[in-house]
Design a protein around this ligand. Structure first.
Ligand code: HEM
Length: 157
């Protein structure tokens, strides 16, 4: 991948599938599964009157698995984020970094970092889950696996 040399920014840019794998993992398991907003001035949303001071929950994880927004929503399929498949999707169907004026300022950095880490680790190590059961998520400020996510790491030849 790097020809044995150090990982450079151009390597990261040349790994669209690795990036798609990260994006798909964040769709199924968004680290921030819920964000909140407080109503500043009364308004109506979908026929519901919202009063000043009310707290609204934006259920990011539920949006990411909504069957009207995603085909086979519970299936891990990174190709959703490649080429044509990604075009035409509603802007707010995928919100791992939030949206609007307060969108995560670190989103590009976090994505680049994740791709870089995967690009260094995966060619060197084969990672296999110890358990065959899918991880059970739990909310502890951020979304985490309820039980430790044990993996076996084997050096690749
Ligand atoms: C996978 C990694 C990350 C995820 C999933 C994530 C997610 C989010 C989300 C959902 C928000 C919006 C919160 C809201 O609207 O209430 C946010 C805001 C923010 N994030 Fe991240 N973040 C990540 C990494 C980072 C990194 C690496 C940095 C800094 C280098 C960062 C800095 C910030 C800051 C400063 C805000 C507040 C922005 C504002 O309110 O104007 N985040 N993040």
């Amino acid at each position: 991948m790097t020809g044995g040399g150090p990982l450079l920014p151009e390597h990261v840019a040349a790994l669209p599938l690795t990036k798609a794998v990260f994006q798909e993992a964040m769709r199924l398991y968004p680290p921030a599964p819920v964000i909140t907003r407080q109503v500043e001035a009364p308004f109506s949303l979908g026929g519901v009157s919202l009063k000043e001071g009310m707290v609204l929950y934006v259920p990011i994880q539920a949006v990411h698995r909504h069957e009207r927004l995603w085909e086979r929503p519970d299936v891990f399929d990174p190709t959703r984020f490649l080429g044509e498949a990604a075009r035409g999707r509603h802007r707010y169907a995928y919100l791992p970094f939030g949206a609007g004026p307060r969108i995560c300022i670190g989103s590009a950095f976090a994505t680049m970092e994740a791709v870089a880490i995967l690009a260094v680790l995966l060619p060197a190590l084969r990672l296999e889950p110890v358990s065959v059961r899918a991880p059970e998520p739990t909310l502890k400020i951020t979304l985490r696996p309820k039980q430790p996510l044990r993996m076996t790491a084997t050096a690749r030849a």
